[in-house]
Design a protein around this ligand. Structure first.
Ligand code: DUC
Ligand code: ZN
Length: 457
């Protein structure tokens, strides 16, 4: 199938230009002025912005958390992602603790995802146990197109200690790979939870108090000291606050390579959500927690200064019934929020329209930088001849309001309920397939597994 997109404004990480785009089968065949093409369906995209398909480098679909499974699996989750302009998600496959291999983890995640995805998909691999076999398996993972890994400094089922943290990030670097690390100080958080419970404090308003910004910053600091010793680059995922951000800046001043990711919930919500009445705060329980207004301001400035490389979602959704598992004890609330459907439109509305970032920066944050970090550039993350025809036709004038009544997720709640959007998804091409029209997914399950190369940044 051939499509000719005429009269749109093509946004790249560098500039915005009025250029036509010719799509032939799965690829972009040409980009230029006043293009003509026999046999192509011509689509007039005047007044629209053309972004390279968005890449979400942080999703959790079909994940077991706190004795339940996320409301969105790869089927509903990638449908929501596609509706929101995301053409590639990178989910976290995981090894299980107790003598299990990375290969087993990868097979498990392929079973969850294969044949179900409406956008392209790839995996990072979470390493939760380090031994000679895991070490050998790093090369196997690279052969399977997995070049980024995940490490946790918290959660009993996932945590690796400082000794393994050091060894793993050093070994990954020898392979030209890196890890994204969930930074929170597990021990002190456990102590704070015990204190809250001993004092009879069991409501969701305690969630941010037992996982304070200081304990995220401490873990970021420790990670970066360890990374310095290992001589390895690392990524701080879901960065939430100013104290942790300062640690990253200090490490960079010392010559370290540190990548950072944040998420819309940390840019747009503040910790007052946890004190909402009637257990409503449970909806917002995620780790690390949502922070203060000053932290939001810091993160926006860091995006504008390009000190944070990418905005992902940490999508991990639950219904209100699932959240109610923690009605008597906030530590039993499954942690996580939906987000894949609204990442782009929120960043446009509250970032670009409000003058906090430019639309070129939005392109870098949602697409180009992620493509380079995760080794798929310029096949993904660019609208240029030879790239996959993953294109978001974005209508800067479309207006809507986020609501759980109309969203695509399998959840009955949305953390951004009532947020006005100015700018929205018109069409999405996934490898040349017109898969979203007028914001609705019209072609499903065309997603393919993407083998990735090594970081290009
Ligand atoms: N945090 C969450 O809130 N949910 C899933 C994983 C994570 O790190
Ligand atoms: Zn996560």
């Amino acid at each position: 199938m051939k499509y000719l997109l005429k009269n749109g404004t093509l946004v790249s990480g560098e500039r915005s230009e009025k250029l036509d785009v010719l799509i032939e089968d799965e690829k972009i065949a040409a980009v230029g002025e006043a293009l003509e093409a026999d046999g192509a369906e011509v689509i007039d995209v005047s007044g629209k912005l053309l972004f390279p398909g968005f890449i979400d480098g942080h999703t959790h679909f079909d994940l077991e958390v706190a004795g339940t499974v996320t409301a969105d699996d790869f089927e509903s989750g990638t449908r929501a992602a596609l509706a929101g302009g995301t053409t590639l998600v990178i989910d976290f496959a995981s090894q299980d603790k107790g003598g299990h291999t990375l290969k087993e983890g990868l097979e498990k995640w392929h079973k969850k995802a294969d044949g179900k995805c409406s956008c392209d998909y790839s995996f990072h691999m979470s390493i939760v146990e380090w031994n000679e076999e895991t070490e050998r398996e790093i090369q196997d993972m690279i052969d399977e197109g997995i070049t980024s890994f995940k490490l946790y400094m918290t959660y009993p089922a996932m945590i690796v200690d400082d000794c393994d943290l050091y060894k793993i990030i050093k070994k990954l670097n020898e392979h030209g790979c890196f890890a994204g690390v969930h930074c929170e100080n597990a021990g002190v958080i456990d102590a704070l939870i015990a204190e809250a419970k001993a004092a009879g404090r069991f409501g969701p308003e305690n969630h941010p108090l037992v996982r304070p910004d200081t304990m995220e910053a401490e873990a970021v600091h420790r990670l970066l000291v360890i990374a310095k010793e290992a001589g390895a680059p690392v990524m701080v995922v879901h960065l939430t606050n100013e104290k942790a951000y300062r640690e990253i800046m200090i490490a960079r001043e010392n010559g370290q390579k540190v990548f950072a990711e944040t998420c819309p919930q940390y840019l747009l919500l503040d910790d007052s959500v946890y004190s909402r009445p009637d257990f409503d705060g449970a909806k917002f329980v995620c780790a690390p927690p949502i922070r203060k207004k000053e932290d939001q301001d810091c993160l926006w400035k860091a995006l504008a200064a390009e000190e944070i490389q990418t905005v992902a979602t940490d999508q991990c959704s639950f219904t209100l019934e699932q959240k109610a598992m923690g009605r008597e004890d906030f530590t039993k609330i499954p942690g996580g929020l939906p987000g894949v459907q609204t990442r782009g439109t929120l960043l446009y509305t509250y970032g670009v329209r409000e003058g906090r970032i430019t639309q070129e920066q939005m392109c870098r944050l949602l697409s180009e930088n992620a493509a380079k970090l995760y080794g798929v550039y310029p096949r993904k993350g660019a609208i240029r001849e030879g790239s996959d025809a993953d294109i978001v036709v974005f209508d800067p004038e479309k207006q809507s309001v986020i609501s759980a009544e109309t969203h695509v997720y399998n959840t009955d709640n949305n953390p951004f309920e009532g947020f006005a959007l100015h700018g929205g998804i018109d069409k999405v091409f996934l490898r040349g397939n017109l898969a979203v029209e007028d914001g609705e997914v019209v072609k499903e399950k065309l997603g393919r597994y993407v083998k990735r190369g090594k970081k290009q940044i």
